[in-house]
Design a protein around this ligand. Sequence first.
Ligand code: GLU
Length: 472
Amino acid sequence: MSEIRVRIAPSPTGDPHVGTAYITLFNYAFAKKNGGKLILRIEDTDEVRSKESSEEQIMTSLKWLGLQWDEGPDCGGEYGPYKQSERKHIHRQHADKLLDIGAAYRCFCSSKRLAELRAKQKEQGLKTKYDGKCRSLGDAELEKLLSSRKSYVVRMKVPKEGVSKFHDVIRGDIEIENDLLDDQILLKSDGFPTYHLANVVDDHLMKITHVIRAEEWVNSTPKHVILYDAFGWEKPQFVHLPLLRNADRSKISKRKNPISLNYYRKRGILPKALVNFLGLMGWSYSAEKEIFSVEEMIEKFDLRQIHLGGPIFDLKKLTWMNHHYVQKMDEDEFADYVREEMFSREHLKHIHQVLFERLETLDQFVEKGFYFFSPPPIVSMEEVCPPTRQPEEVKAMLNSLLEHLDVLYVWEMVHIQEIIDKHRTQIDWKPKEYLPVLRLILTGRKDSPPLSKTIEIMGREISRQRIRDWIT
Ligand code: GLU
């Protein structure tokens, strides 16, 4: 049998997600178990949403967890480049090939027409999909449109009849009527590929044997299968892992659970504990043994044992597990961990900037800056709510502030300040109403150093999560 090659293909569009760590762990365990290779491919074809910092954080977080890949943008490999944005020319060549063999077509429809089409279909209670207007343009018409330089996208020509099917290692045979599939866009008008084209082409060229990814991609796979067939390529095996869920069984979301790996790292969750915990999401070592190392997981790992009942990401359980691993640390490990992760020189230097003027003796640093290290005691709504406002307004104000902060990735004082000012003016609150609310929730104190600087130092994860925790 040829070498097992699996990949993780994160899109660097936000915080490094626990879901990415989960998928990586299962790919890693499968690769190691079978003497195969794990490939990291960064899927950054969404130019607007992709961020270099997010890409770096994904890599740092996965390394922190000890989930090291064998080929990737940082370490190279035989099948690079490993960043999709550096492979655009390859994707374009493949779109051309599909055009040549009649498996794809150019679509010149304007976004206005498409919006009208969608609105009409919605109005009639129909599934929204492209109506195929450009599917069979005559040669002369096509020539004319091309010479007029009208912009176009390349769409996949999904067969109108029949079914597309594939076999999922844990879900069995899955099939869908082609009629239900949309003529998916493969290449956008700016020449960038969409996920579907880039993903299939790169998986093939990188010789991926097993595509192990999250459940949310199940519905895309029939389209991918059509592409494999059109190119005449052998298909990899497909495995769609069950989605992580919040306690109420909804898909894991930051509204109900911290999802950023940075958050867990900042809170002193140990990588071994998180990996062990993620290893229990849809898989188990045995009925008796919940605590196991990644090496033990690898030894027993079998994809066919994955069960599909949605695994619950239960913070209490993770904390319990972490407690177990903390107890196992020896004094050196403990001292090193706390110094490097919590009291790093970098962090202390930042805190110095805001606290040094307030200290008479240095030991006051612990008391005056405690909120930089651990959550303040919960303050009640009564204490927080300004006399001029209602409790619901306080909650609404914090919720809308979170929406702004969630999309702020450059976590620096000036930007935080800008957001706070803009938001406050937008909702028409006075500084003396607004600022104490935030200060109390974040620091548990009525006085603190300048708020935006405090928020900057506290960090993106911790400050947002403290607000979120307070609201819920
Ligand atoms: N870029 C996709 C993601 O971020 C990859 C999905 C896949 O593994 O095919 O989830």
